[in-house]
Design a protein around this ligand. Structure first.
Ligand code: SF4
Length: 308
């Protein structure tokens, strides 16, 4: 398992170096819109899935040859399921002053020990998609022991305990949480949670389930106005216009695989980067949904994702 991926450009976090603490695909949710694919291990039991020292040394090695804007704990599932997350945070804090972010579905913050483990990050980006239990269950297909009320309570407690910034992500899906009632409910709950920012998202990459349909730009703008003040739309990541080596390489790679599928060896040779760096870049682009993989004659090739 590769513990770092990218760096990849993120609208919310700049050039983000991802740290993956979770085996594919272990999560407390199985969201319709997930870009990583269906959850194969649905759990709320934390575990030390991978050795802390190996994760930390992979991050340290990567920081020798890249300077991201943010180091982001994220990846192939729900990162708060990793019981060593506090140790990883402490070690990264000790080696770098780069901003540290946590991308999470927020489902486990009702547990005090989980909140305590992540307090030393700079930004936490939890998700909230509905104020109603039935819609919550339809969109997230959560672990049976999870309920919306306990998750909202956990987010409010996190707000109280946590001194960093909270960016609350709301993923909007056509026909699920875009009605007046849903939006009113979300606005009321968001006010109670009191995040530093509300970030509106929708489906922009192939989702785990075809019923997850995006909202159009005009509707997203109207919803942004409805939420008011501290709300942003974060639905698309601009790759262009950034004079950063990693972004240039990503653009070159995407241009190449638009023409023909490439293997990881092809990518390493074409970009003149090591196999390790090629694999980190590929993993980042797979997780962000920019590319997909396909097997042919026993070999894995990478293709540009087709937007549904
Ligand atoms: S979107 Fe996030 S929370 Fe939802 S299933 Fe995928 S990894 Fe889990």
């Amino acid at each position: 398992m590769s513990y770092v991926f990218g760096p990849v450009p993120s609208r919310r976090l700049g050039l983000s170096l991802g740290v993956d603490l979770i085996p594919l695909k272990t999560c407390s949710f199985d969201c319709l819109y997930c870009e990583v694919g269906r959850t194969t291990s649905k759990t709320i039991k934390t575990d030390l899935f991978v050795p802390v020292t190996e994760v930390v040394s992979a991050v340290e090695k990567k920081l020798h040859n890249c300077v991201p804007d943010t180091i982001t704990l994220a990846g192939s599932g729900e990162p708060t399921l990793y019981s060593g997350i506090d140790q990883v945070i402490d070690c990264i804090r000790g080696m770098s002053k780069i901003k540290l972010a946590l991308l999470t579905n927020g489902s486990l913050f009702f547990k005090k020990e989980i909140r305590q483990r992540v307090l030393k990050t700079d930004i936490i980006l939890p998700t909230l998609c509905s104020a109603f239990e039935d819609t919550f269950r339809k969109i997230h297909r959560p672990h049976p022991d999870l309920h919306l009320a306990m998750i909202v309570d956990g987010l409010k407690k996190l707000r109280y305990d946590y001194k960093g910034k909270i960016f609350l992500e709301i993923v909007l899906l056509s026909g699920f949480n875009d009605t007046e009632k849903e939006l009113e409910g979300l606005k009321t709950l968001a006010r109670q949670i009191s995040p530093d920012q509300i970030q509106l998202n929708t489906v922009v990459r192939p989702p785990a389930d075809a019923t997850a349909i995006s909202l159009d730009g005009k509707t997203m703008e109207e919803i942004k106005v409805f939420f008011g003040g501290n709300t942003e739309i974060v639905a698309e990541v601009p790759l262009e216009g950034r004079k950063i080596k990693e972004v240039s390489l990503i653009n070159i790679l995407l241009d190449m695989i638009r023409i023909r599928p490439l293997s990881s060896v092809d990518i390493s040779k074409a970009l003149n980067i090591s196999m390790d760096d090629a694999e980190d870049m590929i993993k980042g682009l797979l997780i962000k949904g920019y590319i997909r993989k396909q097997e042919y004659s026993g070999k894995i090739f990478y293709l540009v994702s087709i937007h549904k």
